[in-house]
Design a protein around this ligand. Structure first.
Ligand SMILES: NC(=O)c1ccc[n+]([C@@H]2O[C@H](COP(=O)([O-])OP(=O)(O)OC[C@H]3O[C@@H](n4cnc5c(N)ncnc54)[C@H](O)[C@@H]3O)[C@@H](O)[C@H]2O)c1
Length: 253
């Protein structure tokens, strides 16, 4: 029997992209799925397609309604909704605030609501769709890079704090994935992300494998492990290499 068969699963930001692929894959594995998205029509379309339940609205406030829809218990919670906020230190304060709210605080608020029941029964699974930008850093996107580091830190903190009490945590850190978010990055995405981009279904496949192996760090692009190691062991060289990419981007018409 599969690891998630019959499980009650919530996926935020599942009206499209990676979230929709996760929802479809969980449903195909026999899970009961709650599909959340800010866009109610998209959430409903995916829920109808997979025989799940749509719970539209902000990802920060999904747990209570999702729990009801699943008969009282959430087994797997995927904090997947995210905003691809680009910009520099000069990005508008509102851009920074939204990035913190969706990319980090929605995870914190969900965990706050989920943990009491999970700790009481001694099991629960929290999946965070972070990004390789949470391990490395995305050229041209300070709010995104900083908040994805925050999301990774929070997932790590949850894992090291509650693993002996039955909590499993997974941090998915892909590089480019062919979704609307990648398209929206325009010229920069074409230069940095598109050449090695994978499909959302590949991310779902990597997550299911990671769940079977109870692995925290899920890297749908395996090469990200080498970059992460390079950053840790030789930060000067890593920064110089990243700056070369920055300069290449600046020089791209
Ligand atoms: N596409 C990539 O290259 C890539 C790479 C690494 C990580 N990610 C991460 O994957 C996750 C999913 O992104 P995607 O590429 O599928 O993007 P996407 O834009 O295709 O989908 C994101 C979905 O989230 C929804 N959403 C946005 N804010 C929300 C909120 N506050 N509450 C509920 N739903 C909300 C949007 O309506 C949209 O349907 C994000 O966290 C993103 O940062 C994406």
């Amino acid at each position: 029997m599969g690891a998630v068969q019959g499980a009650g699963v919530v996926v935020t930001g599942a009206g499209g992209g990676i979230g929709a692929a996760l929802a479809r894959r969980f449903a195909a594995e026999g899970a009961r799925v709650v599909v959340n998205d800010l866009d109610a029509d998209k959430a409903k379309a995916v829920a109808d397609e997979i025989g799940g339940t749509a719970v539209p609205g902000d990802a920060s406030a999904v747990v209570a309604e999702a729990r009801n829809a699943l008969g009282g218990t959430v087994d797997v919670y995927c904090a997947n909704a995210g905003v691809g906020s680009g910009g520099t230190e000069a990005a508008d304060e509102k851009v920074w605030a939204l990035a913190w709210d969706v990319n980090v605080m929605a995870h914190v608020r969900a965990a706050h609501q989920l943990l009491p029941a999970w700790l009481e029964r001694g099991s629960g699974r929290f999946v965070s769709t972070v990004s390789a930008a949470g391990l490395l850093t995305m050229i041209g996107a300070a709010p995104y890079s900083v908040t994805k580091h925050g999301a990774y830190a929070f997932a790590e903190w949850l894992s090291l704090t509650y693993r002996h009490r039955g909590l499993k945590v997974h941090a998915i850190c892909p590089q480019g994935v062919r979704t609307d978010m990648l398209t929206a990055t325009g010229r920069l995405g074409e230069l940095v992300l598109a050449p090695t981009a994978i499909d959302p279904e590949d991310v779902a496949e990597a997550l299911l494998k990671g769940i079977e192996e109870d692995r925290f760090l899920i890297l749908p692009h395996p090469e990200a492990a080498e970059y992460y190691q390079a950053r840790a062991t030789d930060p000067e060289r890593w920064l110089a290499n990243m700056n070369r990419v920055q300069q290449k981007w600046e020089a791209t018409p």
